[in-house]
Ligand binder design. Structure first.
Ligand SMILES: [Zn+2]
Length: 273
């Protein structure tokens, strides 16, 4: 499942081919993914793509008519750009561009999302995304925000990190990695973290996500770049998927796997307190 670094990487990869191009035609081959696809009515009008942006794990294809096409890749969604279109199983939506290139949305499990939403002004975000927490690289995402998020919250810190209304962009893989870097046990109640620990955690979130973006994300199971290449961050993962390995930091602990809120969680029982 793509997380923030992967989505950022995808945005960078598709941006040069899409910005300033007109969408001539949209073809939709299935009624709904996770939610109904509401872009069928756009078949006729031409719209120019003026920006490709990201908010949390959403890709925003901004059009010159104050609308954005919101794309969420869900579990198995992927985007590719090709000319001519080479039909593959699970190609659900095609965006035909004015230069005969096609942006293709493919999704075998159909947990993704493609929706057209109005925006108030250029560069704004649609209402649907207003509830999301600040972006990890924004000024609003500071230590005070993190302290507020953890205060009085009994649920484990790993689950708090994965709540998009509290912290945006930390999915399952990077939650384990961030907590390992911070030396914080994933099952610790959020309120039990000291201000100093929160400071370290805050820094770790940014470091891990930036490193992952630089490496082009991780390639795990279904995720690949639009050009088919793999992200390199997989090689830098230190706990995720490392069950049974000796901890690369303390050299004593054996990386342990557990389930939290139904998701695989990895940690070192020796150096994460
Ligand atoms: Zn360790």
């Amino acid at each position: 499942m793509p997380e923030l670094p992967e989505v950022e990487t995808i945005c960078s990869a598709i941006r040069p081919d899409l910005v300033n191009r007109n969408i001539c035609r949209i073809e939709v081959f299935c009624k709904k993914l996770r939610y109904p696809i509401n872009i069928q009515h756009q078949k006729k009008g031409l719209a120019e793509i003026i920006a490709i942006r990201r908010r949390a794990k959403y890709i925003l294809i901004e059009l010159d008519n104050k609308n954005v096409i919101l794309v969420h890749l869900g579990m198995t969604g992927s985007l590719r750009i090709e000319s001519p279109w080479e039909k593959r199983k699970h190609d659900h939506v095609l965006f035909w561009l004015d230069n005969s290139m096609t942006l293709v949305y493919n999704d075998s499990r159909r947990f993704g999302q493609i929706e057209l939403h109005p925006i108030s002004t250029r560069g704004a975000f649609p209402q649907l995304l207003h509830h999301l927490a600040p972006e990890p690289f924004s000024d609003e995402f500071d230590i005070d925000w993190m302290v507020k998020v953890c205060k009085g919250r009994a649920k484990p810190i790993k689950n708090t990190l994965m709540d998009n209304t509290l912290v945006t962009g930390v999915g399952n893989i990077y939650a384990s990695e961030t907590l390992f870097l911070s030396k914080i046990h994933p099952e610790r109640p959020s309120f039990s973290l000291s201000r100093q620990e929160i400071k370290i955690l805050h820094k770790s979130i940014i470091v891990i996500l930036l490193n992952a973006i630089q490496a082009g994300g991780s390639s795990i199971i279904n995720y690949r770049h639009p050009d088919g290449s793999e992200g390199l961050f997989t090689r830098e993962l230190r706990v995720y998927g490392k069950k049974g390995d000796t901890c690369s930091d303390c050299k004593k602990g054996i990386i342990t796997q557990t389930k939290m809120a139904g998701r695989s969680t990895f940690f070192c029982p020796v150096c994460q307190k």
